[in-house]
Every structure is written in structure tokens, then in C-alpha cells.
Write a protein that binds this ligand. Structure first.
Ligand SMILES: [Zn+2]
Length: 307
């Protein structure tokens, strides 16, 4: 079980064309893995990295050679994983990357995974632009983000976008086991990370779900005052922000399928506008804008769109 792709739930169809392209040296050297948080994008990046360094097979990792094993153990000299130091990916980290990619290659490829690429600041991005556009031979960048729209445009334009879907309920159940009941599966929106939180703090998240429902239902009719106060109180940290955002996105998705009572009689065109806005809602919260203000603004725009 040292082939990472075997440990990955879902996303096989997303990875297959990339691994095939790699086997014939046609893989884009800079990829942007984008999709909801907690669905396994980073694991998928590691699985791809493994297939890029494998000593035995070019058509997918063998899982057994030294290069494959070192990737699995997080000890590979051919892989650098960059994560934000605090709230940002800093210029010093970009310089470390530049140094790493000038070293002599020890396997047939060298991979840099940049996690939470939307947190790359302009300085770090500028330092990396040239390398992202034209990396040294055999060097691959895999940028990972749950907020592709917030990744700097200069970076996005140099990357091939690879979209990751939420996990299916069957995949979630396979990961989480019997504990994952209908409510958890429905509320997790295909994210393992969210599902685990839901299981641990069920009562808190049920309250959050109720408050979000009350906020939306009110906003459809009028400006929600008390509802914003209640919801704001419960949105303590980033994962609660993500949860509320995914509830909103889920409600709009259901509405587009004609399945949401809150949005009945709303034209598909208006719903598309709302769908777009509900995606921005999450980046607004992530940018640390005052969350009460984000809720107020969204309610006003919802009102404008619907009334
Ligand atoms: Zn191998």
C-alpha cells in the first residue's frame, strides 16, 4: 500500500490524464489543483509526485522503489512542500524554492507542491513567476488551493487548472466509516475535513446550520438584523466560515436544481448570479474582512437580486 494513488479516495479520473501526460513527457510543468477544501487535493498532488519520480514505472508509481517510498514517508529529496508560514507564503519561502530548483536533480523529476497557493503574497509570487513559467527541465510545480479565484492572476495565467470535485458520499463513507450518518454526509459537502469536524462538534454545527438557514430565509424577505447578530456569534473561526459558505453554496446549488424552498420562483439567471456571489462570500471571509460586514453585504445583494 505504498502507492499513494491507492490510498486516495476519489479523483482517479482527475489524476489519470495527468499521469498519462507525464508518461509521455507532455505534462504541463505548472499545475493548479483547485477544489473544495478537505477533499484530498494535496494527497492527489503527492500521488502525482510519486508517479513523477518512480524509478521503475513511467505510467504510474510502483510504490516500492526507493523514490516512491521516500515520497510516501515525506523524506524525498526530490520533493519540496511549501505551506504558509502564518497568514502568508513569504518571500523567504519563495527564495528557498528558487534555491531548491537549482540544485542538481537526484531523480528523473523534481516537484514543488505549494499548498494554500491563494495565500501567496505578491512578493513571493513575483520571485517565482519566471520559474513558474519556465521551470528547469524535469521540474514541476503543483499549486493547491480551495480558493482559485483568490490566487493571483499572474500565477493563475501561468498554470494549467485542474479542477477537483467534492468527494461522493460513498467515498466519504469509505473514509469515515459508520459514524458518517445522513446529516454528516449531507452537510460535509464532500469534504473529509468538514465531516470530521461535524462528527466532533455536532451540536455546535447544528446550531450554525439553523442560524444560517434563518439568515437566508430572512434575507430572502427583508434585511436580516437579529439573524446576522446570531450567526456572527457562532462563526468563530475559519472552519465555521467554510461551513457557512458551503451551506450557502449548497442552497444555491439545490435552488438551481429546483429543490430549495427558500429560492422558489427565482429565475435561473438570478440564481447563477447568486451562485457566483456565494463563491466570493467564502473568499471575502477568508480575507479577514469583518464577518458581520460580509453577512450584511451578502444579505443586501441577495435582496437586490431577489426582490
Ligand atoms: Zn516506484
Amino acid at each position: 500500500m505504498a502507492r499513494l494513488i491507492d490510498q486516495l479516495k476519489g479523483h482517479k479520473e482527475t489524476l489519470k490524464p495527468l499521469i498519462e501526460a507525464a508518461a509521455t513527457d507532455r505534462l504541463a510543468s505548472t499545475l493548479l489543483f483547485a477544489g473544495p477544501s478537505g477533499v484530498g487535493k494535496k494527497m492527489a498532488a503527492l500521488a502525482l509526485a510519486q508517479s513523477l519520480v518512480c524509478e521503475k514505472s513511467k505510467t504510474g508509481a510502483c510504490g516500492e522503489c526507493g523514490s516512491c517510498l521516500r515520497i510516501e514517508r515525506g523524506q524525498s529529496e526530490s520533493l519540496m512542500v511549501v505551506e504558509p508560514a502564518g497568514a502568508q507564503i513569504k518571500i523567504e519561502q519563495a527564495r528557498d524554492v528558487l534555491q531548491f530548483i537549482t540544485l542538481q536533480k537526484l531523480a528523473r523529476s523534481r516537484i514543488v507542491i505549494i499548498d494554500q497557493a491563494h495565500l501567496m503574497g505578491p512578493q513571493a509570487a513575483n520571485a517565482l513567476l519566471k520559474s513558474l513559467e519556465e521551470p528547469p527541465a524535469g521540474t514541476y510545480f503543483i499549486l493547491v488551493t480551495s480558493m482559485a479565484a483568490s490566487v493571483l492572476a499572474t500565477i493563475r495565467s501561468r498554470s494549467q487548472l485542474v479542477r477537483f470535485k467534492p468527494l461522493s458520499n460513498a467515498d466519504l463513507k469509505a473514509i469515515l466509516g459508520a459514524d458518517a450518518d445522513e446529516w454528516v454526509l449531507a452537510s460535509a459537502q464532500g469534504s473529509v475535513e468538514v465531516a470530521k469536524r461535524l462528527l466532533d462538534e455536532r451540536a455546535d454545527f447544528e446550531a450554525l446550520e439553523n442560524a444560517t438557514g434563518a439568515y437566508i430565509n430572512a434575507a430572502v424577505q427583508r434585511f436580516p438584523g437579529d439573524e446576522i447578530t446570531d450567526l456572527k456569534e457562532l462563526m468563530k473561526d475559519r472552519s465555521t466560515h467554510g461551513f457557512v459558505a458551503s451551506l450557502l453554496q449548497g442552497m444555491v446549488r439545490d435552488a438551481l436544481k429546483g429543490e430549495s424552498p427558500a429560492f422558489k420562483n427565482v429565475s435561473p439567471q438570478k440564481l447563477e448570479t447568486l451562485a457566483q456571489r456565494s463563491l466570493e462570500f467564502e473568499s471575502d471571509l477568508a480575507r479577514n474582512v469583518d464577518r458581520g460586514l460580509v453577512l450584511e453585504t451578502f444579505a443586501v445583494e441577495l435582496g437586490k437580486t431577489l426582490r
